[in-house]
Design a binder for this molecule. Structure first.
Ligand SMILES: NC(=O)c1ccc[n+]([C@@H]2O[C@H](COP(=O)([O-])OP(=O)(O)OC[C@H]3O[C@@H](n4cnc5c(N)ncnc54)[C@H](O)[C@@H]3O)[C@@H](O)[C@H]2O)c1
Length: 393
């Protein structure tokens, strides 16, 4: 049978655009042709498109018109408008994390540390509602590009849940590393928050996804998050922080540490950490404790391959693993980091859904629950960890 041909349009030409492009090369469920890309910075756009022999579009409208699936690889503050613009034209839309958020009031004086987090929750949920409504009225689907959902370890846990009928009692997990290079990352008005949204969204999405799967499996209905107690801290901004030069310290008005305790509708729990305070490379893992099995999903680092070199110079040209400070000595070298992280799997799954109408695993309901949990988490952190109800749409 001929594979269905689908045209991909990439919005953005930075880091995420590049790994979407790479992952698109590994889609086999459909025949993907890349219509081209559009980005506000023409210079960056051309350097992205010319080296890949892609068409550089002058307007986002033309790109959407020429595509079947739009990839939103732009800063979080732009996600809502691009997602809605694609859905209005009945296109599918693959949107990067975080789904959306609250990015301040455009005033000079806006400060992420001090603004009312209730207001942030209200505005971010209004944004989610607009995106979900646009999807309801569209022939296109929202595909939430949460790679953790498609990481092989998480998909294996999905299979375990479905085949064993287990109840998840407690999950704990983390996404941390030594800090983001992006200068816009530490500014609330661009990123919608700090570690809790930027990094915490990943293990949080995996935890919520697995409870959705468990619920659908056991009773036909997803089990949704109910309350959150959260704390946030800005350790690298403290006057007492001892800066030894190994951690990024560019955060202006966002946290660099977050701790989330989530209670689901059935009373079961998850504890998640997200930070910019961890040396030794990206630390992405989740442990799932169920009534009939326990799994430890080591997304990064993992022991699929270990490497040792007595001096850094030998590995000068070698990519070892994300954000490691040194290649000398032993390292958890990753033979295919994108595979373990789920990048190619998510893209193939999205195009399978676009081609055959299969349900989207990482869907808008999951994206909505993640944003609702995070912004309720910011309200809780403002109240020093008090339990806050999560808005379920
Ligand atoms: N899933 C992951 O592991 C992962 C990793 C990195 C980034 N991301 C997400 O990907 C998104 C993009 O991050 P990035 O690291 O690629 O950022 P980036 O700064 O490297 O690139 C952003 C691109 O968007 C373009 N852009 C900005 N505003 C635009 C607009 N209104 N219309 C069109 N183009 C616009 C910029 O010109 C730039 O090309 C973010 O939401 C980020 O959280 C996800």
């Amino acid at each position: 049978m001929e594979k269905k041909e689908l045209r991909a349009g990439i919005v953005g030409s930075g880091f995420a655009a590049k790994f979407h492009y790479e992952a698109l090369q590994r889609v086999f469920s459909a025949k993907v042709t890349i219509a081209g890309a559009y980005s506000v910075s023409r210079k960056n756009l051309l350097s992205f498109t010319e080296s890949r022999n892609l068409t550089a579009f002058d307007s986002i409208e033309d790109l959407i018109e020429s595509s079947d699936v739009i990839h939103v690889c732009t800063p979080p503050v732009t996600h809502e408008s691009i997602v809605v613009a694609a859905l209005i034209r009945n296109k599918h839309v693959v949107v990067e994390k975080p789904f959306t958020g609250y990015f301040g009031d455009d005033s000079e004086t806006f400060n992420g540390d001090t603004f009312s987090k209730e207001k942030g929750l209200k505005h971010s949920m209004e944004s989610v509602r607009r995106m979900l409504n646009a999807e309801k009225e569209s022939e296109g689907r929202i595909m939430y590009a949460e790679n953790w959902v498609y990481a092989p370890a998480i998909q294996k846990e999905r299979e375990l849940l479905q085949k064993t009928g287990a109840q998840i009692m407690w999950m704990h997990g983390e996404e941390s590393h030594s800090g983001s290079h992006s200068l816009t990352y530490g500014q609330w008005k661009f990123s919608g928050g700090g570690s809790m949204i930027g990094k915490g969204c990943h293990p949080l999405a995996a935890a919520i996804y697995l409870k959705h799967v468990e619920g659908r499996n056991r009773s036909g209905n997803a089990i949704r998050p109910k309350t959150i107690s959260a704390r946030t801290h800005a350790i690298t901004r403290m006057p007492t922080f001892k800066n030894e030069g190994h951690l990024k310290t560019t955060y202006k008005d966002t946290e660099d540490f977050a701790m989330l305790h989530i209670v689901f509708e059935d009373g079961t729990i998850a504890d998640l950490f997200a930070s910019e305070l961890v040396l030794g490379g990206v630390h992405n893992w989740i442990e799932v404790n169920t009534t009939n099995h326990r799994t430890i999903c080591n997304i990064n680092p993992n022991t699929s391959m270990q490497a040792y070199t007595p001096a850094e110079k030998y590995f000068e040209e070698v990519y070892v693993v994300e954000k490691t400070e040194t290649k000398q000595g032993w390292s958890s070298i990753s033979p295919d980091e994108g595979w373990f992280a789920g990048y190619q799997h998510e893209m193939d799954a999205f195009y399978k859904s676009a081609a055959f109408g299969d349900p989207v695993e990482s869907n808008s309901s999951l994206a909505s629950d993640v944003i609702a949990t995070i912004y309720a988490g910011y309200v809780s952190a403002e109240r020093k960890g008090a339990e806050v109800e999560i808005t379920i749409l």
